[in-house]
Ligand binder design. Structure first.
Ligand code: 6R9
Length: 648
């Protein structure tokens, strides 16, 4: 951890939306009178019927209820498109950069975005989708992904995006979990020069779904696919559809989307975000955190399968009338200069990516960056996991040439938008710290055992948030009780983030990582329980325990301890088979990096697996295992240490 401080330059601060004095003034106002503050900022979007109530929130266990602008009505797609047409019909809304640099980029204007979204909306309507219905989107990073999201928003349907890297099983579970009427997919997804057969994955998923679920297929590559009775050709239907579709008048608290995310136990949760508060929050943070100005070209490298893609590729920037880049490819294809070539080609001003990508690119050497003209860059952002100071410094010096403020944005699927982050013209940054809260956000650090709030400036403990903000998730889809239990029951009266955190003498926040059984692999959240249940579903596996361990590029790697069924021989072949098994059960991102054969797992006498010990062994730090006296069979630990996979 570094304590070097990087204040914004006077030049930058002078032209920024928010400078240090304004930050303090606005932050104080947002805390002293949240209703007045958010009432004012709620006006940044267009309402069909203006709200009169601003905030109606209870964090009380058993009665958790979160409402913002609840009597207002609006349409999210009209806010992201129609309201800009009078002034920016011919401005580029989306720059689409394909996987291969040899294929031409597209510049989609706000008018074209309107027409294509309406076409898609009309196609969905023709398939019988109406207000409140669920639509699963399983698409690569192509413009149709944005059209599909906005088309759902336009007709009041609720989208649930499944990351295109997820397996048929995961897709099927989400189609069934949300009782979706339609799935939107593509024939194939080109990525890094290879193609994923999305359509056949979808066919496999749909084998386990109701026959009435319809499948709308975008022709991305034109590659060969089988065609069944439930399939509809999205490309052809859109071409024939009308470019007009009136936006539905939706309530502020009508759901906009469901997005599944990993928790510490069992099945992923369907995080529900609603319309009004979410859009106010996503658009305000996009503008202020990246200091977006009229005419800027803004690029967030995330995938729309994650929340970052929802809030900071589509909804936030488009609500602001921005030009947003959408990239189909990967940072290392055709080579490690791709990100920087795209920045040069499209004259990107704000660039937002994940620490794992920076670490991977940093390892390839500076020449890939230095050969590109990055002089248009003004602000650099990171998200997804703590950024190590080495990567931060490289980003600052080699990419930003010391001229671009770095915004390390801490937030979650559940929070809808940034909760703690520097504002580039206001906040002096420290490498590795997400610095200070955004407007309206009250972070608190609690003692993990007593649950008591620590008021000293310097503090370390679990991170909770004291009051609501408009972008907060409203419930877990179909299971409000689980919502309350997960986020409001451990620490009464607070929203519990699941993260550990330290506050330094300057009041700056440093996220120390998850305090639950969630690991963060390349910025993607993974419940260790999900990987374990995939492993034990294999016929030859008796038991499995999964933990994270430090990984140079991914942040955390997946370390699995596997106990085989009696009589099964541990072989290299079986190890490969288990890796493949997890890939097909969940997806490539869940593949264990290391699998250790464990004749037994360390358990307490009551049968609880001692994960603390497994984590230590995985970290190659078994000198300090702590108290092992409560173990049922202390000898298993010696075997695990002797055969550990991560040495040094
Ligand atoms: C947006 C997103 C959320 C978890 C979160 C935390 C970690 C995200 C971070 C960060 C340190 C940052 N996280 N941003 N940790 N610094 N700037 O990533 O959402 O996929 O739900 O993950 O990611 O642990 O709790 P999500």
């Amino acid at each position: 951890m570094s304590d070097t401080t990087y204040p914004p330059s006077a030049d930058f601060a002078a032209n920024a939306h928010i400078d240090a004095a304004k930050y303090t003034e606005m932050y104080d106002a947002s805390i002293n009178d949240p209703a007045a503050f958010w009432g004012e900022h709620g006006k940044r979007i267009d309402w069909i019927k203006p709200f009169t109530k601003v905030k109606d929130v209870s964090f009380e266990l058993g009665k958790v209820s979160i409402n913002w602008y609840s009597d207002g009505t609006l349409n999210v797609a009209a806010n992201c498109i129609d309201r800009h047409l009078a002034t920016r019909a011919n401005q580029t809304a989306i720059i689409w950069e394909p996987d291969s640099p040899d294929e031409e980029a597209l510049h989609i204007t706000y008018q074209e975005l309107h027409d294509n979204t309406c076409r898609m909306a009309n196609v969905l309507k023709d398939l019988g989708v109406t207000r409140g219905d669920r639509v699963v989107i399983y698409l690569p990073m192509i413009p149709e992904a944005a059209y599909a999201m906005l088309a759902c928003a336009r007709i009041g349907a609720i989208h649930s995006i499944v990351f295109a890297g997820f397996s048929p099983d995961a897709l099927g579970a989400r189609i069934n979990g949300s009782d979706a009427k339609v799935v939107i997919t593509a024939d194939e997804a080109p990525r890094g020069g290879r193609k994923t057969a999305l359509k056949s994955n979808t066919d496999a998923a749909l084998l386990h779904c109701d026959d009435r679920v319809k499948n709308l297929v975008v022709k991305r590559t034109g590659g060969q696919t089988t065609w069944t009775e439930r399939d509809y050709d999205c490309t052809a239907l859109m071409a024939a559809a009308s470019t007009e579709c009136a936006p539905e008048e939706m309530g502020a608290e009508d759901p906009l989307f469901i997005l599944y995310t990993s928790g510490s136990t069992g099945q992923p949760k369907g995080v529900v975000h609603t319309s009004g508060g979410y859009l106010v929050y996503a658009s305000m943070t996009q503008e202020l955190v990246f200091d977006y100005h009229e005419g800027d070209i803004y690029w967030c490298t995330a995938d729309v399968g994650w929340v970052t893609g929802h809030s900071y590729i589509v909804y936030g920037p488009l609500a602001n009338g921005a030009t947003t880049v959408m990239f189909e490819g990967v940072p290392t294809y055709p080579d490690a200069s791709r990100f920087w070539q795209v920045c040069e080609k499209h004259k990107v001003n704000q660039f937002y990516t994940a620490p794992t990508a920076l670490r991977a690119l940093m390892g390839q050497g500076n020449s890939f960056v230095e050969k590109c003209d990055l002089s248009d860059l003004k602000v650099l952002g990171t998200v997804g996991e703590p950024i190590n100071p080495e990567a931060w410094n490289w980003y600052n010096e080699v990419v930003g040439k010391g001229n671009c403020p770095i915004v390390d944005t801490w937030w979650q699927t559940e929070t809808g938008g940034h909760l703690m982050t520097p504002l580039p013209g206001a906040t002096a940054t420290k490498p590795g710290s997400c610095t200070t809260p955004f407007f309206g956000v009250q972070p608190v650090i609690l003692d993990p055992t007593s649950g008591v709030e620590i008021h000293d400036t310097e503090a370390e403990g679990v991170l909770c948030i004291k009051d609501s903000w408009p972008g907060q998730m409203r419930t877990v889809y179909g299971d409000h009780e689980r919502f309350e239990k997960t986020y409001f029951s451990d620490y009464k009266g607070y929203y519990f983030t699941g993260d550990g955190c330290r506050r330094d003498a300057d009041g700056y926040y440093w996220i120390t990582g998850r305090v639950d059984d969630v690991i963060n692999v390349s910025g993607h959240r993974m419940g260790t329980a999900e990987v374990e249940s995939a492993l034990v579903a294999h016929a030859q596996v008796a038991e499995a325990a999964v933990v994270g361990y430090p990984h140079d590029i991914k942040g955390q790697g997946i370390y699995a301890y596997v106990t085989l069924m009696n009589g099964v021989e541990p072989t290299e072949e079986l190890r490969k088979e288990l890796e493949k098994w997890v890939r097909t059960e969940i997806g490539p991102i869940a593949k264990p990096d290391l699998i250790q054969w464990a004749p037994g797992l360390p358990k307490t006498r009551s049968g609880k697996i001692m994960r603390r010990i497994l984590r230590k062994i995985a970290e190659d730090d078994f000198g300090a295992l702590g108290d092992t006296s409560t173990l049922a069979e202390p000898a298993v630990v010696d075997d695990l240490i002797e055969n550990r996979m991560n040495r040094g």
